[in-house]
Structures are given as C-alpha cells and as structure tokens.
Design a protein around this ligand. Structure first.
Ligand code: AHR
Length: 500
C-alpha cells in the first residue's frame, strides 16, 4: 500500500465552475435520435414521440447543455428541412454517416425536448456546404421575436417565443479531410469571421465558438488554431477542442493515463490562444469549448468500410460497450476538465444515447446505463460552485506512451452555498492500492470525510440489457479512504458535526 497526499485549502481556487462544462452532444448519427431519444410507438413515448424512459435516464445523468445537430452531420445539413409540417419535410441522403435522414425530428422538436430535459441548447451551423446566409437566417429563425420573414416562419410553425439560443458553433471540424466542405485554415477563417459578423448583427448577445482542430494529432494542429484565431479573434468567444481516447495495442496502462494527454492538449490550445492575444494587442481572452470528448473505439469503427453499405435509416453505428477501465478514464477526463475550468468553460460528452454514449437503448425495448454513465452523473450531481486547486503527490507507474505518470489524479470543488467539498479521484494504477492522506487548510481544517463512493472491479467488466447493474458504484467506510487500483472515487467532506 502506498499513500497519495492531497492538500486542500479553500482559498486556492482554479475558478468559478461554469455548469456548461457538463454538456453533452446529440447528433443525427446512428441511433442517437431515432430509436434513441425519439421513438414514437415505444411504450414510454410521450405525446411528441420522445421516449420517457430515456428522458428519465438523461435527467439522472444530469448534463446541463446539449450540442446539436452535429458533428459531421451538420456540414451537409439544411436546417430548413427540419422545420414546418413533418409530412412536408424531405427525406435526404446524409453524407456524413451514409444514412437516410427523414427529418422527422428537427430544430423545434429537439429544442422542446431539450427544455423538458433541462438542457441549454448549443447549435452548430453548416459552414461546409452552406455559409453566411444560412447561418444568419437560422439565428433570425431561432432568436428574433417576430415581425420578419424567418421569425414569422418560426411562429407559423407553432413556436411563438424565440428559442434564444446563446451558444453557436461556427461549423464542425472544418480542418478535417473527412468533413463535407473541408477547408484550409485561411478559407475557414474567412468564412467563419463573415458568418460570425452576420450572426452577431442579427443577435449581438450570442456567444460564438470557432472550430479548432479535430484532434491534437491533426497535421495542421497549432497552425490551424493560430490562423483561425488571428482572423476571427474579435468576432468569436471560444475555440473548440475535440478528442476521443481509446486503448490501443492492448496497452491498458497507457490508456489509463489518457488524461495526461488531455491536459497537454488543453495547455497547448491555451498557449496558442494567448499567443494570438499578445500578437494582436487585444484585451480580450479567448476561452475553450471542449465540445466533443469521450472514449471511443475508433479503430474498430474506422475498420468498417461504410461506403459499400446500403443507405439505411438510423443504422446501429459506433454503439460502444464500455468497461470499468473506460469508466475510470472518463472520470479522469472529467478531472482534467475540472482542473482547467478557468479556461475550458464549456465541454460536451460525445454523445448522449447509443452512439459512443453513456445510455443505451433497444428499439422498442429496454434502456440501460453504460459504465461511463456513473462518473459523469457523479460530477454533474455533486460538483460545487468553485473548483479548488489541489496539490496532489501520488505514487507513480510506468507507461509505454507517457513514461512515468501519477497513479492518482484528482480534482475538488467547493459549494459556496452549503460549504460541501467534493474530491473526485481516480487510481489509474493496475495493481497498487493508495491510501488517501488529506491535509486541510483555511476554513476546511475541521472538515471530515462523510461519504466515499467507488466504481471499480474487473477492468473489463461491462453492463448489458440483461445485467444492467453488473457495474455500479458502491459506498465504502469513511474512517480511512483507500483508493483501489483502476477505480473512480467520490469523496464528500463536511465540517465535523455536520454529517448530513
Ligand atoms: O461524435 C462523432 C463524430 O466525431 C462527430 O460527428 C465528429 O465531429 C467527430 O469526428
């Protein structure tokens, strides 16, 4: 047994926690929408055709914001196809996922569902096949109260009050060769800045996210962010980051250390954004929107050549089944986001249902939680109002990819309304138990651990429709906290004498 020392002081803070850090993502991809959140005829479907059992799981998961409608899908999508009478909507070929898109669910249905789920809507505009004109019309349709062509069209579709969508993504992964309408950094920067100008003229209160790189391994990573920000700096508020992590070559140790790579990625983008700030002599700071992140079995996904498949409606694609180790990695990625929450203000777990998702459904049947559901639900339910800056001293272990890494990574928040402190900690080692040694300072000196909840077990264990609770968190005694190998831990602290 070794020890992990964590020093906590209530005046050492990363910053106020923006709840939009706990966002998610619904794309018209595979079975996320059709037979995922939406399935008329399902025994639990509501009057609008959305599944009640899925809605309950989404509420328990507790995301705060939802990005929509893509993803790669948005880069060839006509938003107008998804509004107005359903019977008049065209069926289109979706070029991103080789799917027939019926447009049965579009903007207004999704916005109403988001409201029922308690989610703020974040919309992406199509800067692939379309551009400035479609983007500014969509803002007018969504956010203008009435008395103009697009706002009155919305009202004629039965939506009297504007949606007031605050956050808008200027396209999706436009650096990527797989994107419909893929652009060079210069081409994208010009399109994005002009779209931003027009969208802001329609509604000056909106916040805009410029596309960053599709992942940190892209050949143009760094150059892309610098070029795009230099052109768009005064017109945008955020730069996006996307990254998916997976176990490669049966190297579980390196996979468990994935959050070190997320930390590096975030630090690099912050450095680039601040370099451009200096270069432009700007007073403004660009923050980060990590609007696609998760574990994804991408190698398996890409080994399948979809181009020979028939065009299908809502095919089952990227329906990853997650194990305990992958849940721990999701927990460590959340820890990384929390520890950088001074600059990463928004983030989206990609995606929500069925496609690389924490919630899985059977068409017409059951819904269950993947292992990755639990760390996300813990953070969304328990994270406080401020992220604390921790000093963590942990035992190390060796990895092929990242060298020596810390076995234990952690973040903590304090809730300024009720004083509760929560530590989120993951033990990434495969074999070493680590005992927690807490040093508490400031107003926290009389705090005690009142709850310790753990998700652990066989790293390869999974849940399924027949065994939906095979992997589930369990409570541990609080007199001494030991972090078991490959575990996700939630440790709640309160002042002595206030156990509840
Ligand atoms: O989330 C799945 C896909 O991953 C998204 O459509 C795309 O933006 C990313 O490459």
């Amino acid at each position: 047994m070794s020890a992990t020392r964590i020093v906590l002081h209530d005046s050492f803070t990363v910053g106020t926690l923006d709840r939009r850090l706990l966002g998610t993502f619904v794309e018209h991809m595979g079975r996320t929408v059709y037979t995922g959140i939406y399935e008329p005829g399902h025994p639990t479907a509501d009057a609008f055709g959305f599944r009640g059992d899925v809605l309950e799981e989404v509420k328990s998961l507790g995301p705060t914001m939802v990005r929509y409608p893509g993803g790669n899908f948005v880069s060839a999508y006509n938003w107008e196809d998804g509004v107005g009478p359903v019977e008049d909507r065209p069926v289109r070929l979706d070029l991103a996922w080789r799917t027939r898109e019926t447009n049965e669910v579009g903007l207004n249905e999704f916005a109403a569902w988001s409201k029922r789920a308690g989610l703020e809507l974040m919309l992406a505009v199509n800067l692939g096949t379309r551009g400035v004109d479609a983007a500014r019309s969509l803002v007018e349709y969504c956010n203008h109260p009435g008395g103009t062509y697009w706002s009155d069209l919305r009202r004629s579709h039965g939506v009297q009050e504007p949606h007031n969508v605050k956050v808008w993504c200027l396209g999706n992964e436009m650096d990527a060769p797989w994107q419909i309408g893929h652009k060079t950094p210069q081409e994208y920067a010009r399109t994005a800045v002009e779209a931003a100008k027009a969208m802001r003229r329609v509604d000056p209160t909106i916040e805009l996210v410029a596309c960053g790189s599709s992942n940190s391994r892209m050949p143009t990573f760094g150059e892309w962010e610098a070029t795009v920000l230099e052109e768009t700096y005064e017109q945008v508020d955020y730069i996006s980051l996307h990254n998916y992590y997976e176990e490669l070559d049966d190297d579980l140790e390196s996979f468990l250390a994935s959050s070190d790579s997320m930390d590096d990625f975030i630090r690099s983008v912050v450095a680039t954004a601040d370099h451009i700030k200096g270069k432009l002599h700007s007073d403004k700071t660009i923050d980060l929107s990590f609007d696609e992140w998760n574990v994804w079995h991408q190698t398996e996904f890409h080994s399948f050549d979809g181009t020979r498949e028939a065009w299908r409606d809502a095919p089952d694609i990227a329906e990853d089944v997650y194990n305990v180790a992958e849940a721990v990695v999701v927990g460590t990625l959340l820890i990384s986001l929390l520890n950088h929450s001074d600059r990463v203000r928004m983030a989206c777990l990609a995606q929500l249902v069925n496609v690389i998702a924490p919630i899985t459904t059977e068409p017409g049947g059951r819904v269950w939680r993947q292992t990755t559901f639990f760390p996300f639900a813990d953070v969304s339910q328990l994270a406080g109002t401020r992220t604390l800056r921790l000093e963590t001293t942990s035992p190390k272990f060796a990895t092929a990819k990242y060298g020596e890494v810390d076995a234990v990574v952690a973040s903590a928040t304090i809730n300024d309304e009720n004083g509760e402190v929560v530590i989120f900690a993951a033990n990434r080692s495969l074999d070493t138990v680590s005992e927690l040694d807490l040093t508490l300072g400031g107003t926290l000196t009389d705090y005690r651990v009142v709850e310790h909840r753990v998700l652990t077990g066989d790293p390869r264990a999974t849940n399924s429709a027949d065994a939906p609770r095979a992997v589930t968190p369990a409570s541990r005694p609080v007199d001494h906290v030991a972090l078991t190998p490959v575990s996700w831990n939630v440790i709640v602290l309160k002042p002595a004498g206030r156990a509840n």
